[in-house]
Design a protein around this ligand. Sequence first.
Ligand code: SF4
Ligand code: SF4
Length: 377
Amino acid sequence: MVKYGLGLMRLPLLDENDQTSVDIDEVQRMVDECMENGVNFFDTAVPYHLGKSEEALRKTLVDKYPRDSFLISDKLPLFNIQKEEDMEYYFNTSLEKLGIDYFDYYMLHNVSNWTKTIYRNIDCFSFIKQKKQEGLAKKIGISFHDKPKLLRKTLEENPELDFVLLQINYLDWDSQSFKVNELYDIVVEYGLEILVMEPLKGGTIINIPDEAEQLLKNYNPKDSTAKWGLRFSGSLDNVSYVLSGAKNHNQTRENIETFRNFKPLNLNEVELLRKTAKIINDSIAIPCTECRYCMEDGICPHNIPISEYFSLYNDAKRVGFKDFSTQQVMYRTIGLNPDYGLASDCEECGKCSKICPQKLKIPKLLKQVYEEFETTM
Ligand code: SF4
Ligand code: SF4
C-alpha cells in the first residue's frame, strides 16, 4: 500500500520572512497527527530551513517517540561537498542534529549533471555504500534531478542502491523538459523503490486556474485539488512513500485522509488530469516550486529572493499587473529591504540556474520580473 510521508521542507513559520523561525508548536501538532494515524515516515535535509528542519524533527518526533516507531530520511548535500572529510562531517552533523544513531533512508541529494563532478571526484557513492554496510543507513539512494540517460547510467553503475526520490506530479508527467514518465519507467525497470517528492509541485497544483478547478469539480464536487494531486503519484506502481509538505496541522490531516482509504486513479481520471495539466501549464508564467535551493547562503552575490519574486510575478500574472497591486507593494517591501537584492541587481553569473532542479533560466526570468515590477517603482 502507498503511504504518505511528511516532508519537512516548507514548515509553518513564526515570521514569514525568516526561514529559520520554525513554529515548533504547530510542527508538533502535525507530527502528532501523523503518528496517531499510522503515518511514520519523515523526510528532511540539511538545507531545509537552513538546518532548522532537522532540529524541528528532533524536538517534535525523536525526543517524544521511540526510535523504532518512525522512519527518517535525510540527504548528503552534494552541492556543499568540497573534500572527502565533508561527507563524514555532514553525515555526523545530521545524526547529531536529529538525535539519532542511524538513518532509515539516506540519499545523495540532487544527483545531476551539475553535481556529477563532485560525486565522481570524491566518490560519494562509495561513502553511502560504506554507511549501509556499517548499519548506519538502512537503505541508500539518490534524489534525482536530471535526464533519463544519466539516471540509467547511475543505476547501472550502482546496483547497491535501494531507492530513488523522484519529482512526480501530474503537471510534469508528460513534460518534454522533465521526462518524468521516462525517469519513472527506468526506476521501475531496475526494480527499485520510488519515493515521490513535490507531488503538488510546491502548491502549484493546489491553487489552480478556475477553469481547471471547475473541470475537477464537475467530475467530483467533494475532492480537493490537493487530493487529486496526491492520488496521481500514489497510484503509480513501485511508489512506497509520497512525500508532501504541509503548512499546518489541517493540511497534514487532509493529506492523511487522502491515503487512509486510498483509491488509485481509474483511466477516466488519468485522462481528466491530463486535460487539467494542460490548462494549468498554459497558465503558469514561471514554474518555480519554491524549493529555495537557489537561495542558499553564498550562492547569489546579491542575495536576491528569487522564489519570492517568481511567486509574486506568477500571482500578478494571474490577476493582471497593476500599480499598487498587492504583488507590487510586496515586491517593493521585499526589494527595498537592504538585506535583499532587487531583480535588477542580477549580474547574470548563472550560479542559481545551475542549482535549480526545475532548470529555470533564472537571470532571464528576473529580467521579466524587473520589467513588470521595477519600471513603475
Ligand atoms: S544569476 Fe543573478 S540571481 Fe542568479 S546567482 Fe547570479 S546574480 Fe544572483
Ligand atoms: S528558482 Fe529553481 S531553485 Fe530557485 S526556488 Fe525556484 S525552483 Fe527552486
